[in-house]
Design a protein around this ligand. Structure first.
Ligand code: F1P
Length: 386
């Protein structure tokens, strides 16, 4: 990995065009954590290859059986991204549901998915709805894999097996490197289950290439988010990219208290485009399958006056013309291995917009690292799990 990839660009101490100025340390943790992703991924790969204890936890799961993923917030969008990738790669039914949805329709969900094995994903291992779901799955004798960045958690106590990725945890509130590290861990696992050595080696190449890419692009994205002012943010994607778009919108909402929405790219024509305007930034997370149509959409929405940010593996002439900011990944690796990198631009953008608004993205307003409910609140209670 290049040395300069670990450099933390200067902190933003003032804001452009009259925004309130953030305190000198605001967003510093989040920025460090975003930029530390390549080295965190190297550790993720090392643990995947060498930590036999970790892999032992996976032995009793069947790669051919239906999988059910259960989580909340970013961990839910992460679950949807993994489920979309695995369904394609392993040709097996993979369903991801928010924990609350499982709790409100327990038997229906199990029947519909046919799953007898579930992955419960929670960075903190503390989210009440996930714990209540784990508790219920335990009573149903469903095999459960808890996935957390916490060394010790209630989730671990409630699941039959646990994967712990403490090296990927964050100090700040929002999930950045834990999101991409867990994603990469499951991509590696998918490649292993599928016996696809080419995918595994594509994933090996990613940390170093991302470090170089960050050195070239991180400041560009941050500068764009700092200088331009938008009232609304929209993130568009098709296929598994749609779930990255959902996560991107959540990052923008959390880090900058902004209105942000996500749509399947072509769905934006069916109503939402009526709000396209010069006050809106529309970010496209381009996929291979839909690229041709998505490129047309970028042109169409540009004509309606919206600003466009395009994240593409490699740009076309049209994209160069129609994007206010163009971010190319420029990877020869297959799309499956490019997803973690695709998640990064929105992390940097959300951070920059939050700082421009005088906020502290390390500690977003109204948020806690995990949603812990008391027995009177939220989804159906199972006190022992809460
Ligand atoms: C899930 C989560 C976070 C979100 C927020 C509340 O946490 O929804 O994604 O940023 O701070 O909690 P976890 O279950 O993965 O710990």
């Amino acid at each position: 990995m290049k040395k300069n990839s670990r450099r933390v660009p200067k902190r933003t101490t003032s804001t452009a065009r009259g925004g309130r100025s953030a305190s000198p340390d605001a967003g510093h943790l989040t920025l460090q954590e975003i930029l530390s992703q390549p080295e965190t991924w190297v550790e993720t790969a090392r643990q995947f290859e060498q930590n036999s204890e970790l892999l032992r936890e996976l032995h009793s799961f069947s790669q051919d059986g239906p999988w059910l993923f259960v989580a909340c917030g970013s961990s839910y969008y992460l679950s949807r991204t993994i489920a979309a990738q695995w369904a394609k790669l392993l040709q097996v039914a993979c369903t991801a549901v928010p924990a609350s949805e499982l709790l409100f329709a327990q038997h229906e969900t199990m029947k519909r998915t046919g799953a007898r094995q579930a992955v419960l994903l929670s960075r903190s291992g503390k989210t009440t709805e996930v714990l209540r779901a784990a508790q219920w799955l335990k009573t149903e004798a469903v095999r459960t894999l808890g996935v957390t960045c916490s060394e010790r958690s209630v989730l671990e106590e409630l699941c039959t097996h646990t994967l712990k990725l403490p090296w990927a945890d964050e100090k700040s509130m929002v999930m950045t490197r834990s999101f991409t590290s867990i994603l990469l861990f499951f991509e590696r696992l998918g490649a292993k289950f599928a016996g696809n050595a080419a995918l595994a080696s594509a994933l090996d190449a990613l940390p170093e290439k991302t470090a170089t890419w960050l050195a070239e692009n991180a400041d560009k994205i941050r500068a764009f988010g700092t200088k331009r002012r938008f009232a609304d943010f929209v993130f568009l994607g098709q296929g598994a990219h749609y779930w990255l778009a959902q996560e991107a919108a959540l990052k923008m909402t959390e880090m900058s208290s902004s209105y942000a929405q996500a749509y399947h790219t072509l769905e934006f024509r069916h109503g939402p485009k009526s709000i396209a305007s010069g006050e809106m930034l529309i970010t496209f997370l381009l996929s291979e399958a839909a690229a041709e149509e998505e490129i047309l959409m970028a042109g169409e929405l540009k004509k309606l006056g919206a600003a466009t940010l395009v994240v593409a593996n490699r740009a076309t002439t049209e994209l160069r013309r129609d994007s206010d900011l163009l971010i190319e990944l420029d990877l020869n690796e297959p799309e499956y291995a490019r997803m973690a990198m695709t998640a990064i631009p929105a992390q940097l953008l959300g951070l920059a917009v939050g700082l421009r608004k005088g906020l502290n993205p390390d500690k977003p307003k109204n948020l806690t690292r995990a949603v812990v409910l008391d027995s009177k609140n939220g989804a159906p209670a199972n006190r022992r799990g809460a």
